[in-house]
Structure formats: structure tokens, C-alpha cells
Ligand binder design. Structure first.
Ligand code: GLN
Length: 164
């Protein structure tokens, strides 16, 4: 379901912050006054940030610096692969994914699990009940991707902890 207002937040067991333009997403979060409600939810339920979503979850954002929820201890450089022309597809974990003006993960804390790397940098990371991919797996049409399977398992594990 599309989760748009705090009323919907209580109905979901995990969040996917999609790709898009992180600056625009930040503006909309501010305009609709969703920052505090989202922070509270993200502290309790699994979150997966995809591309711009991964930027919003990072602890530190560069190029340029911008505000983020700071729930995954990593530094990301926006548009780190270059411009739109440098967007590309790649096989990650045997699945074709798309890097679209993607960020590059430059630095990760020791307790981050690097689930996949590409061109020498981490592109899929997990930290506790949260994960981030700098690429889009949802544009490939032979679902489910290994990333979707992993996230569903993370959400199921958290639900079992909350309601054994
Ligand atoms: N370049 C975008 C940003 O910095 C991310 C692009 C995407 O989500 N595909 O926010």
C-alpha cells in the first residue's frame, strides 16, 4: 500500500523509502510535517531505503551536505557515479538492478553488514532491522529480487519478536 499520512503508519509493519529526488522528498516531509512521525516509526519498524531513500537514512550525506534521518551509520555521496548519462544496470547477487543517478556509499561503521558491492563500493548494506540499496531492484520484472526477499524476512523476524 502507498503510505502517505501518519494515519497509515500504524497499519504497516515496515517501510520502503523509495527512490526519487532526496531534496524534493525532504521538502515534502517538511511541508507535510512528517519528520517527527517518521523518525518515531523508523526507530520501531524495519526500513529499507532505495537510492534517494538510502540517502535519507544515512548518517552523513555529502555533495552537498543535507539533512537525513541518520539511522544507518554510513556516509553517502549523492550522484556519486556521475550524471544521468552514467546511470547503468548491473548484476547484483544474480539479479539485474538499475543505478539511476545513484549515491555512492563512501564509509560505513564497523557493525554494518555489507551484503553486496559494485565497482569496489558497498551498494547493499544492512544494519540491525534496516537496510539500504543504492540501486533500484524494483524496475526488473522477474520478482521477487533477492533484496525484496531479504527485506520481507527482516520484517517477518521483527513481527515475530513483537508478537511471538
Ligand atoms: N540523485 C538522487 C538524489 O540525490 C537519487 C536518484 C534515485 O533515487 N534514483 O536524491
Amino acid at each position: 500500500m502507498a503510505v502517505k499520512t501518519p494515519k497509515h503508519f500504524a497499519e504497516v509493519d515496515g517501510f520502503i523509502l523509495p527512490g526519487g529526488e532526496s531534496t524534493t522528498m525532504l521538502k515534502l516531509i517538511e511541508r507535510f510535517d512528517l519528520w517527527d512521525a517518521l523518525s518515531k516509526e523508523f526507530a520501531q519498524k524495519p526500513v529499507w531505503g532505495i537510492c534517494a531513500g538510502s540517502i535519507l537514512l544515512a548518517e552523513t550525506v555529502t555533495s552537498p551536505e543535507q539533512k537525513a534521518f541518520e539511522i544507518i551509520p554510513m556516509t553517502v555521496e549523492r550522484n556519486g557515479y556521475g550524471r544521468q548519462l552514467d546511470s547503468h544496470t548491473a548484476e547484483i547477487d544474480g539479479y539485474e538492478v538499475s543505478f539511476i543517478r545513484a549515491p555512492v556509499i563512501k564509509d560505513v561503521a564497523n557493525d554494518i553488514e555489507i551484503k553486496a558491492s559494485h565497482q569496489g563500493d558497498p551498494v547493499w548494506v544492512a544494519h540491525g532491522q534496516n537496510m539500504a540499496t543504492t540501486f533500484h531492484p524494483e524496475l526488473t520484472f522477474n520478482f521477487p529480487s533477492p533484496m525484496h526477499k531479504t527485506f520481507v524476512n527482516m520484517v517477518s523476524a521483527e513481527m515475530l519478536k513483537a508478537r511471538p
